[in-house]
Structures are given as C-alpha cells and as structure tokens.
Design a protein around this ligand. Structure first.
Ligand SMILES: *Cc1c(COP(=O)(O)O)cnc(C)c1O
Length: 346
C-alpha cells in the first residue's frame, strides 16, 4: 500500500517529464551566469510575473531572506503579520543574519492585515525609533488556512506602504495557487509589489528551488547576497530544468488540488467530532480540529492514521493540516476520510 502523504505539498516528487528534462538539461556554471537552463527559467519566470528580472535560489527561505536583506539595512524595521512564514518559520534569519527588527501586526482570519494596523505600525521620524523600511505580504497565507488574498487588498496594502516610503515584498511561496483560485494571470497579483518570491518545489512538484522576481537593479543586489549566503550554485540547470516544466505544465492543474481539498474538507466535517480549524479551504490546504471530548489527541490520532497509510501534519494539541497535491488522487480522498473515522472511534 502506498502512503497517502498529506503533510505538505513539499513532499511532491518530480514528475516523469521533469526527470527527463533534468537528465537532458544543457548546463554551465551559473555563478558565471553561464547555465543556459537556469537563464531560461529566470527569463520565463520574470516574464510570467511581469517583472524585469528573476533569480533562481535554493529555497523559499533563502529567497525571502535575500530579498529582505536587499531591501533593508541593519537596524531597519520590517512590518509583517504575526502568522507570516517569515516571522514563524524562517529561524529568525532576518534578525540573526540581517540585524533587522520584525514588527508584527495581527493577521486577520482571512489572512489579511488591517490597513489601519499597517498605517499605525509605520514609524515616524524620531531619534528613538528604527526606520520602517519594508512590508511583507503573504499570498496564499499559509498559517491562516492557505487562504487567498484578493488583488484589491494587495493593492490597498501596497499603496499604504508605498505612500509611507516603504518597499513591499510578497512571500508568494504559493502565489500560483492564489492566482488559479482567483482566475487571474499571476502578474496581476504581483504588479503592485516591488519583489516576489515563489516556490517551484511545492504544489508545482519541482524537487528543489524558488525564484525571486523584481527590477533588474534589485535582482543584481539579491544575486550578491545569494552568493554571500552560500547560495551560488554551479550546474544548477539540472534543477532549473524541472522548474521550467513546473511553470509551463503544473500551474493550471492546481485547480484539481483545490477541488480535492474541498471534497476532503466536506467529508471530514461530516464526521461528528471533527471541525474545520480555519475558514473553508480556498486552495489546497485543510486545517481541522478534533473534539477534546473524543479522548484522543493529535499525536495519537496521527499515529493511528499512519498505521492506516495516511500521513498528516500536526498544528496544535488537537489540530491538523492536510495538504492536497499532484500525488494525491481522487480515490485517496474517501480513504483519508475513512481513516479519520477509524482513528477517532479507536
Ligand atoms: C514553504 C514556505 C516558504 C519557504 O520555502 P522553503 O523552500 O521551504 O524554504 C516561505 N513562505 C511560505 C508561505 C511557505 O509556505
């Protein structure tokens, strides 16, 4: 029995087509700028996102870090949500390596930040205060349920930041899920931000890599920082080749993951004792919570599910995250629902 792995969309293996493209990729030394496959990925990405230039990086975490370091200087302040991936899950890199001061404001249940909170977070010019330099937005917002943020909101939040002299960086790890959910071309979801990072290695199934997009000058700056962080790669075209397939063939099908997440969420909610933990899924994630009165906690439930061939992520004492992706099929959904039923009755 193959495992049904819903822990994340990062567990996705490359497709057959990716493996073939990787094997046949034309290569060069990318630190010299001579890898034709990396260069092709970067130009496809820049065009697709409507930005002047792009840079391939080993991970989303490095992509966010290098972008933030390029926008800010030591001691500057960075405004972001208290559920932002950069705040929660990036090992405090912007502080440890950049000497930056995170200023968090509450993420609303829909993933947004109140415009008023952004406005109030911006520091006035005063000798006691750090300088506010950057606003980080996230779309889809992972910790709020994989929720999609609208183009209108992105524009309003960016305008507030720009009017106050701040730059805006989008953590768009799953920005293609957001674009597909909104039926918008992705460039329409990022044209208001100064820089954006997206991941090839999540729902798009590439084995490794993320891309940063922005102006030519910005990308030149980020390229030096990537090297400084140890992220200069040599014949990285073997990885970029999979990224090209990801961009060209794996975006439109994300809608299937969203549909499966909806049917999974519906089925799980029909089990007494299981409720949605965040809003109804917009995209590929389902967050749920089980009733404490069932007498089973998340760790024991996860163990029972594992014995039934289902892997899930734990997000709290009774809380789970389940993520649909390319390797989750329609016929897996009833198996997962059934496994939860068994786990809870056990
Ligand atoms: C996964 C993720 C990242 C980081 O990507 P890695 O490649 O895992 O380092 C950044 N932001 C968000 C919202 C993510 O979900």
């Amino acid at each position: 029995m193959g495992l049904i792995d819903l822990r994340s969309d990062t567990v996705t293996f490359p497709t057959e087509k990716m493996r073939k493209a990787m094997a046949e990729a034309e290569l060069g030394d990318d630190v010299y700028g001579e890898d034709p496959t990396v260069n092709r990925l970067q130009s496809i990405a820049a065009e697709r996102l409507g930005k002047e230039a792009a840079l391939f990086v080993p991970s989303g975490t490095m992509g966010n870090l290098a972008s933030v370091l390029a926008h800010c200087g030591r001691g500057d302040e960075v405004i972001m949500g208290d559920c932002a991936h950069t705040f929660l899950y990036e090992v405090g890199g912007i502080s440890a390596l950049g000497g930056l001061h995170p200023h968090t404001i509450p993420n609303q249940p829909d993933g947004s930040l109140l415009i008023e909170d952004i406005q109030n977070a911006v520091r006035v010019d005063n000798i006691h205060f750090p300088k506010s330099r950057l606003l980080i937005l996230e779309n889809t917002q992972n910790r709020c349920g994989g929720v999609t943020i609208s183009r209108e909101y992105m524009m309003a939040a960016s305008k507030i930041a720009h009017d106050a002299g701040l730059a805006v960086h989008l953590d768009g790890a799953r920005v293609f899920n957001a674009a597909v959910d909104l039926s918008l071309p992705v460039d329409k979801l990022v044209d208001m931000v100064d820089s954006v990072m997206f991941c090839l290695s999540k729902g798009l199934c590439a084995p490794v890599g993320s891309v940063i997009c922005g102006t030519k000058d910005f990308i030149e700056k980020v390229k030096r920082i990537r090297k400084q962080l140890g992220g200069g790669m040599r014949q990285a075209g073997v990885l970029a080749a999979a990224g090209i397939v990801a961009l060209e063939e794996m975006v439109d099908r994300l809608v299937d993951d969203h549909e499966r997440a909806k049917s999974l969420s519906k089925g799980l909610q029909s089990i007494p004792g299981i409720q949605l933990d965040k809003g109804s899924p917009n995209t590929n994630m389902v967050y749920i919570v089980i009733d404490q009165a069932l007498g089973i906690n998340a760790i024991r439930c996860q163990e029972s599910l594992r014995k039934q061939g289902v892997l899930v992520g734990i997000t709290g004492p009774y809380h789970f995250r389940l993520v649909c992706h390319y390797w989750i099929r329609d016929e897996d959904i009833p198996v997962v629902i059934n496994a939860f039923q068994n786990a809870i009755l056990a």
